[in-house]
Write a protein that binds this ligand. Structure first.
Ligand SMILES: [Zn+2]
Length: 377
């Protein structure tokens, strides 16, 4: 095993363990919060009356999310900053890392409050069918966020500018046009501000689609390799995989909401003292809803990951077919894996629990096999 491989494996194993520990800690923390009576105590203090005002509810939501953010902070700092730094992947300072956390919270907190308020309103309005109605509205919401994120939110974290290499830009545009995808601009993005990792993706809707390539990729990849990576992204566009992703997330939301309804109702009728309420529509039910969501999500997520890996496999074959350059794609994948310190061959259960993409070793094999097959047909 080479040095890079050993380092990749060490890094991946560590990140995997931290991710699983994070999930376990969140669930355990949530369960303890309820089980020890702390949730009920906090409910009596912050929401003394059954009909709490909007301000009181916002204060309550805010305290709960701040509490969970604070409890998770040591682990996320360790995983997101210290480990990244130790393996030479991060270009951040503790200050810029903290600014990212604050910015992220400032954007997600109002959204979270709106979602919780909306969900609990739905529960009160349709106590029996809320899970169906809430997941139905989740589809346009998820779609909106998925499309708007790269347009409205991502630029607040990075700088985007037109690709300097105009020859490469023209080549990538042409490649997309061959498949009927119209591209407005090819951009580059200063990913090196944060990390040495590399990436390329599509941003935008309709006729304003943009191809974005990280400066880290421009620095270390040949034009042929970049073309194959972009071809993979074009494959997602051609097959409308963003919609598949949105629909599969909506299905996951539906399943989670249904389980939350069943489990939540049973828990509240048998042990109302847990949160001091008997209906999931009561603002006091939030800690119980959070735990039910957490448990259901942990169980259901592997299904969504398996579906995602299937889409990625197909998109890899598409990239090789479009460029006819399986060897450039294989070397691009190897470079990406090296830059991102991905374990090329993780244990099967790790792939099942955590990975949205097939193992790199398998993807490289696919790229080479697809190229050989193309030569024979
Ligand atoms: Zn992909």
């Amino acid at each position: 095993m080479s040095d890079t491989n050993a380092r990749s494996q060490e890094y991946s194993r560590m990140k995997e363990r931290l991710a699983l520990a994070g999930t376990a800690l969140t669930l355990a923390g949530s369960a303890l919060f309820l089980g020890t009576g702390l949730a009920a105590k906090m409910n009596r203090r912050l929401l003394p009356k059954t009909r709490a005002s909007f301000t009181k509810r916002v204060r309550y939501h805010g305290s709960l999310s701040l509490g969970s953010l604070m409890l998770g902070l040591p682990l996320s700092f360790y995983s997101g900053y210290i480990v990244e730094k130790r393996f030479g992947l991060s270009n951040q300072t503790p200050r810029s890392w903290a600014i990212d956390v604050v910015k992220g919270e400032a954007i997600s907190a109002p959204l979270q409050i709106a979602l919780i308020e909306g969900m609990q309103w739905t529960i009160r309005r349709w106590p029996d069918r809320w899970w169906l109605i809430a997941s139905g509205t989740a589809i346009p919401l998820t779609a909106g966020l998925t499309f708007l994120f790269p347009v409205l939110i991502a630029p607040r974290f990075n700088t985007y500018e037109p690709l300097e290499d105009t020859e490469l830009a023209a080549r990538l545009k042409l490649l997309a046009e061959k498949t009927g995808i119209e591209v407005a601009d090819v951009m580059q993005m200063d990913m090196s501000r944060r990390t040495t990792k590399a990436n390329a993706f599509f941003a935008g809707i309709g006729h304003t689609k943009r191809i974005v390539i990280s400066d880290t990729m421009l620095a270390g990849f040949t034009p042929d390799e970049i073309e194959t990576v972009v071809a993979h992204e074009i494959g997602h566009q051609v097959n409308r995989d963003l919609w598949r992703f949105i629909l599969s997330s909506s299905f996951v939301t539906l399943a989670i909401a249904w389980v939350t309804d069943r489990v939540g109702r049973r828990a509240m009728s048998s042990r109302p003292e847990l949160v001091g309420a008997t209906s999931l529509g009561n603002p006091r039910a939030l800690p119980l809803i959070a735990l039910a969501f957490g448990v259901a999500g942990t169980v259901i997520t592997p299904l969504q990951l398996a579906y995602s890996r299937r889409i990625e496999r197909r998109t890899d074959r598409f990239a090789v077919a479009l460029t006819g350059n399986g060897s450039a794609y294989a070397s691009a994948l190897a470079k990406l894996a090296a830059l991102n310190l991905a374990d090329p061959n993780p244990p099967g259960w790790v792939t099942i629990l955590l990975h949205s993409h097939p193992p790199i070793a398998e993807r490289i094999d696919t790229a080479r096999t697809a190229e050989i097959n193309a030569l024979w047909t």
